[in-house]
Design a protein around this ligand. Structure first.
Ligand SMILES: Nc1ncnc2c1ncn2[C@@H]1O[C@H](COP(=O)(O)OP(=O)(O)OP(=O)(O)O)[C@@H](O)[C@H]1O
Ligand SMILES: [Mg+2]
Length: 361
């Protein structure tokens, strides 16, 4: 997936920008606060419905402006020209895919795929489980067409059951109907998530071999959110109903699903260093991108924010050379160009940002 042209307007300090990127590396340089990350946030938004620094309504729109706008063009694998436009006001939004109005933000987000490694990515390993679920679900949205429908059904049933629990509603027909729906769709969501993690595991192991060989074999494990080996979700909900009524919410289920990466050469209780945590996150992100490429025939766009401050020089070089090898389009930001060594034959286009204004370097 290679963007050929994109424009953005009213994103943080960037009032207006047009970028014609290279199909390989794009280096965005500028001082602190210049607007480099904002450009990556725009692309991340197209693929995720939100920025990696929060929702659109949480400060992404330039102060004093009613909405932000992003337009992107790329050639599909089959050579078809594709385009996508988004105008977002925080709560309301309008989107167009290939010239047609788009009713669901999730449809817009599945058109373009971008994966992001940024200073907050370590949280994928050492942060709360909601980010790990979001990562799994992003992967499934982009590779498994049936997933979104099931996810919506499950999510609705989960919310409805919680609403009933909050009102202290006991075994009514309504509770039973939502539990049946939750169990059915939740089991289906969980099956897909488990299969996804299984499919991702060999990619994680390969990327760990490349980027973090000193920690030994990496194993990716899925946790469904309840004791799935011994009990169906339907039974689990029934058994825990009294406890859930006391708590006022569903305590166990797919909303608690998680995954973990374990390394063979690291003993129990031994913590990863800060840098190793970041590398572990990057390994999972690149594994996910490669699995996407395996399923869809092309790599997602890769966004690397502030790579030089995140990784040491050897790891930066290893990542950039691996991405050159697979032919991914990469956008990487940094305060200076000197911090990054691109592979010798790589095509690198440089953009410089100053006070929200972007120019070809
Ligand atoms: N809603 C907003 N409206 C206008 N300006 C904003 C808004 N939100 C943030 N800014 C400003 O936009 C600028 C862009 O920040 P951004 O994070 O993109 O910079 P950066 O080049 O990535 O910097 P760094 O090198 O520190 O990571 C900052 O100066 C910030 O103060
Ligand atoms: Mg930044």
């Amino acid at each position: 997936m290679h963007l050929t042209y994109f424009t953005l307007a009213n994103i943080r300090s960037v009032a207006q920008a047009t970028i014609e990127p290279s199909a390989q590396f794009n280096l965005i340089t500028g001082d602190n606060g210049a607007g480099k990350t904002s450009i990556l946030e725009a692309l991340h938004l197209l693929s995720n419905g939100k920025s990696f620094r929060g929702r659109v309504g949480e400060g992404l729109i330039q102060v004093g402006r009613p909405h932000l706008e992003i337009y992107a063009r790329w050639a599909s694998r089959s050579g078809l020209n594709r385009q996508l436009g988004l105008r977002h006001a925080g709560s309301e939004w309008e989107g167009r895919i290939d010239g047609q109005n788009c009713a669901l933000l999730s449809d817009l987000c599945t058109a373009l795929a971008a994966v992001t490694f940024e200073p907050g990515s370590h949280a994928l390993i050492d942060g709360r489980s909601d980010q790990r679920r979001r990562m799994m679900d992003w992967g499934l949205f982009h590779v498994e067409p049936a997933f979104i429908q099931l996810w919506r059904r499950w999510s609705r049933a989960h919310k409805q059951r919680n609403a009933l629990l909050k009102q202290r509603t006991h075994a009514t027909a309504q509770m039973e109907a939502w539990e049946a729906e939750l169990a059915q769709s939740g089991e289906a969501v969980t099956r897909l998530r488990a299969d996804y993690i299984d499919a991702l595991a060999p990619y994680v192991s390969q990327w760990a071999d490349r980027l973090l060989p000193e920690l030994g074999e990496a194993v990716l494990r899925f946790a469904p959110g309840w004791k799935r080996q011994s009990v169906s979700l339907e039974d689990a909900l029934l058994v825990q109903r009294a406890r859930d009524l006391a708590a006022g919410f569903t305590t166990a289920g797919p909303h608690r699903a998680d995954w973990v990466v374990e390394f063979a050469q690291r003993s129990q209780g031994e913590r990863l260093s800060r840098g190793q945590t970041k590398l572990a996150a990057l390994i999972v992100i690149l594994a996910q991108a490669e699995y996407y490429a395996h399923q869809n025939g092309e790599w997602p766009v890769v966004l690397l924010d502030d790579l030089a401050s995140e990784l040491d020089i050897a790891h930066r070089a290893a990542v950039l050379s691996a991405l050159a090898e697979v032919g991914a389009q990469v956008f990487v930001t940094g305060t200076t160009a000197e911090d990054l060594s691109f592979p010798a034959a790589a095509q690198v286009r440089v953009f410089h940002v100053e006070h929200g204004v972007i120019e070809r370097g």
